[in-house]
Design a protein around this ligand. Structure first.
Ligand code: SF4
Length: 78
C-alpha cells in the first residue's frame, strides 16, 4: 500500500496519488492514460487528473492493483 506521507507533490489533489516508491515502469500511464502521466524529468509517474467517470475509476483501480511496487494509493485528500 502506498504511503500518503511519501506522495509526490506533482500529483493533482484528490484520492489517487503516486508515492516515492515508484520505479518509473509506466504501467499505470499505459493502463489509465487519462489519469496517470510520466514525469520524465523527475523519473516517476504521477496522477494528473483524478478519475471522473466509473470507467476511469475502474482503470485507476486496475493501475493501482497492477503497480509492481504498490506505489499507487487512493487514500489521498480532496
Ligand atoms: S505502475 Fe507503479 S511503479 Fe509503475 S510507473 Fe506507475 S506508480 Fe510507478
Amino acid at each position: 500500500m502506498a504511503e500518503l506521507s511519501l506522495r509526490w507533490t506533482d500529483n493533482v489533489a484528490g484520492p489517487y496519488y503516486v508515492d516515492e516508491e515508484c520505479i518509473d515502469c509506466s504501467l499505470c500511464s499505459e493502463i489509465a492514460p487519462d489519469n496517470f502521466r510520466i514525469n520524465e524529468e523527475a523519473g516517476h509517474d504521477y496522477v494528473y487528473k483524478q478519475p471522473a467517470t466509473s470507467e476511469e475509476e475502474d482503470l485507476c483501480i486496475e493501475a493501482m492493483e497492477s503497480c509492481p511496487v504498490e506505489a499507487i494509493g487512493n487514500d489521498g485528500e480532496g
